[in-house]
Design a protein around this ligand. Structure first.
Ligand code: NAP
Length: 259
């Protein structure tokens, strides 16, 4: 299927590794011109080169921290009028909420709620004027089924989810859609650090914890980043114009609800 995206432009945040990179690669494969963002230059530039070689698409690397105004200004200077915005950042640390102070909460809110809102604010009116826009926020399965030790993530991402639920209904008539993608357990560096935290917390070997989580998933495996990227690209497609304001779980069937 041709997703009708050839020649469109996308900002893909936090795209040097993991889920963000898979979204960039899938969009690049559809002929979307990319601006990929992360903080560590060397890893980002290597990723941008690999995405360019794999997809043949124009791929510009912007070294920036999405949680800062300077970072977001640099991203928007490289791509002031994106057709597609993929919001993503690192997840907050796991822990016990008794140990978190205000600055821990502000960091989580900056990364997982306020940075996406600021980038939407800067790009959405252009999308509305051009009558095409696709925004995908990478959030977490923890929004739907909270994980106690990821309280910072549960809280900050739920704030973004509530905000998006309102905004998406206000932009739909202009062919600007906003959806959230909720990853379950995908095989990335972030997953490895969460598994390590769980192993430490429960005083069990990390290999045992990893095997338990893998085998307790109905699919008996972790998600593949390509599966995530392909879903993201579809949500950005011309054909997905009637899907908006949704929270789409990609978790191998792990969430046990009927809906
Ligand atoms: P990952 O493999 O650790 O990759 C994170 C990416 O984000 C890297 O490219 C990193 O590069 C970049 N990044 C982090 N903070 C940034 C910032 N402030 N500004 C710009 N770039 C930043 O993580 P992942 O597994 O792909 O996860 C992506 C998101 O999905 C995270 O928020 C994570 O919590 C969430 N999630 C993941 C899973 C999973 O199973 N993998 C499940 C639920 C939720 P630099 O460090 O160089 O900036």
């Amino acid at each position: 299927m041709d997703f009708g995206l050839r020649g469109r432009t996308a900002i893909v945040c936090a795209a040097s590794m993991g889920l963000g990179r898979s979204c960039a690669t899938a969009l690049g494969g559809e002929g979307v011109k990319l601006v990929v963002v992360a903080r560590r230059r060397e890893i980002l530039e290597r990723a941008a080169g690999e995405i360019r070689s794999a997809t043949g698409t124009e791929t510009v690397a912007v070294v920036a921290d999405v949680t800062t105004k300077e970072g977001r200004d640099a991203i928007l200077a490289a791509c002031p009028n994106p057709d597609i915005l993929i919001n993503n950042a690192g997840g907050p640390p796991a822990g016990d909420f008794r140990n978190w102070d205000r600055s821990d909460w502000i960091k989580a809110l900056d990364a997982n709620m306020l940075a996406p809102i600021e980038l939407m604010k800067s790009t959405i009116d252009g999308m509305i004027a051009r009558r095409f826009g696709r925004i995908v926020n990478i959030t977490s399965h923890a929004v739907k089924a909270p994980i106690a030790m990821l309280g910072l993530s549960n809280g900050a991402r739920s704030g973004l989810t509530g905000f998006v639920a309102g905004l998406a209904r206000a932009t739909a008539e202009h062919n600007v859609t906003i959806n959230n993608l909720l990853p379950g357990t995908f095989d990335t560096d972030r997953l490895k650090s969460n598994l390590q935290a769980l192993a430490t917390n429960t005083k069990r070997p990390v290999e045992e914890v990893t095997q338990d989580i893998r085998s307790s998933n109905p699919s008996r495996r972790f998600g593949r980043t390509e599966e995530f990227g392909a879903t993201c690209a579809f949500l950005c497609s011309a054909q997905a114009g009637y899907i908006t304001g949704q929270n789409i779980l990609i978790d191998g069937g792990s969430y046990p609800g009927t809906f």
